[in-house]
Design a protein around this ligand. Structure first.
Ligand code: ATP
Ligand code: MG
Length: 437
């Protein structure tokens, strides 16, 4: 992509309404545009990043055997009346009437809808366990939408649901998801802390929030520092190993503020390891057993032919919130550097251009073509602007690698720079290898 052709409405001014870095940066680099309070359009640059995050989330769900499907955004009120949540959910639910006067709603979450799908077809324990997920827009009429994509009314979420015959089996599904979440956040370049959480309005008795450390976060973290260094490589995708993982992790103290008790904290965590800080919730998992299957009559025949309510859990990841959260985690001073796995481009070529010297631009186009052939996603900054402005702009856009074409380039050797470090002169073949590794 040539920068001059890219729809990227960069703005030089600091947007007054944006209080935190990620929100400012997303507006300044034209990743999003607010449409109304808490509702955004995703412009090409922001959309590209979000789609890359979505793909990593998807791959890690598929890796544990979860199956992707798609449920609608608009739901009927009937199923919510069955579960009892139509009244309980309150004003966060956006309620709509169709032309026949039927009560509908824009889904804030999907426990009811998936239970309805499930009960219509699955009748026997032989079809269990099942893990289903979808990645779909949600709507919650948040009273105070703020911080850009962090707390919106309309947001993009991956939500998964597990179905098992017994608590014991359900615990295995829970562990798989737990593992998948840690892997997902690792691939996104994040250190997410799994914190034991209260179950809140969704109900049930087992729940974890996955939180990344950030000054601007709305969640409080009370944890033993050692929780940050869990090495996932020691665990494998089988029930025994994952149960060991849960055991190991549960020994390291990490809780949300609803669960925090000073005496427990002091008893379980050495003073020098105590960490009290703030963070952003990027995922949340729950086991709630038959909370929905029971009132909604979602019954399964067990091995003895006896009917029993299916045991369920639900598992959310805030895909659109993650775009902002990753910026908060990676921004230093005036430089934003995307993790390689989700950067909007693999590399940007920055030629020094002037009115009477188009030579560098021609060189840049040649390099561009070569890299494209290697399936490397390249941005070429063909805008006629001085180099210092260009560098400032690319510090904000955050593509992690730059090929700078100016006086230091010679033949097939170019100035190559990783954001936040020194540049070096490298042969194009070497550059390609670095970009592909
Ligand atoms: P919060 O405490 O932040 O309101 P929640 O507990 O209501 O979150 P869940 O219902 O568990 O959230 O939703 C799953 C994930 O969806 C959350 O972990 C978060 O990443 C994301 N999410 C929830 N609400 C919003 C929102 N208003 N805007 C953007 N993302 C959200
Ligand atoms: Mg909420």
């Amino acid at each position: 992509m040539f920068l001059s052709k890219l729809f990227i409405p960069i703005s030089k001014d600091l947007p007054a309404e944006a209080k935190i870095k990620s929100h400012q940066l997303m507006l300044r680099t034209g990743m999003i545009k607010q449409s109304s309070a808490g509702i955004y359009s995703w412009l090409p640059l922001g959309f590209k990043v979000m789609k890359k995050i979505e793909q990593i989330v998807r791959e890690e769900q598929n890796a544990i055997g979860a199956q992707e499907m798609l449920m609608p955004t608009i739901q009927s009120s009937e199923i919510w009346k069955e579960s009892g949540r139509y009244d309980d959910y309150g004003e966060e639910m956006l309620r709509i009437k169709d032309r026949q006067g039927r009560e509908m709603l824009y889904g804030p979450t999907n426990e009811e809808l998936i239970t309805d799908v499930f009960r219509a077809s699955v009748k026997s324990y032989k079809s269990l366990p099942q893990l289903l997920y979808h990645i779909q827009w949600k709507f919650r009429d948040e009273i105070r939408p703020r911080f850009g994509v962090m707390r919106c009314k309309e947001f993009y979420m991956k939500d998964a649901y597990s179905f098992d015959l017994s608590d014991e089996e359900a615990n295995k599904s829970y562990n798989k998801m737990f593992f998948s979440y840690l892997k997902t956040f690792n691939r996104l370049g994040l250190k997410a802390i799994p914190m034991a959480a209260d179950t809140g309005p969704i109900g049930g008795d087992l729940s974890h929030e996955f939180v990344i450390i950030a000054e601007t976060g709305e969640s409080k973290i009370y944890a033993d520092k050692n929780i940050i260094d869990i090495d996932l490589n020691q665990y494998e995708l089988n029930d025994g190993s994952l149960s060991k993982m849960r055991e190991d992790i549960s020994k390291i103290y990490a809780v949300t503020d609803e669960k925090y008790k000073k005496t427990d904290f002091d008893n379980h965590v050495k003073k020098e390891n105590q960490m009290i800080t703030k963070g952003i919730e990027v995922g949340h998992i729950f086991y709630f057993s038959d909370k929905y299957s029971k009132p909604m009559n979602c019954l399964i025949d067990d091995k003895d032919g006896k009917k029993t309510s299916v045991k369920m859990g639900s598992y959310g990841i805030g895909v659109s919130r993650l775009v902002g959260a990753i910026i908060e985690a990676n921004y230093t001073k005036d430089i934003m550097k995307w993790p390689k796995s989700i950067s909007p481009f693999d590399v940007v070529i920055i030629p020094s251009i002037s009115k009477n010297n188009k030579e560098n631009l021609e060189k840049a186009e040649k390099v561009y073509k070569k890299l494209k052939k290697q399936n490397i996603d390249v941005l070429l900054d063909d805008v006629d602007e001085n180099m210092s402005n260009k560098f400032k702009k690319h510090d904000l856009i955050g593509v992690p690698y730059q090929i700078i074409i100016g006086s230091k380039s010679d033949g097939d050797n170019f100035e190559f720079k990783e954001l936040n470090s020194q540049s070096e002169i490298l042969n194009l073949d070497k550059i390609q290898l670095k970009l592909k590794s």
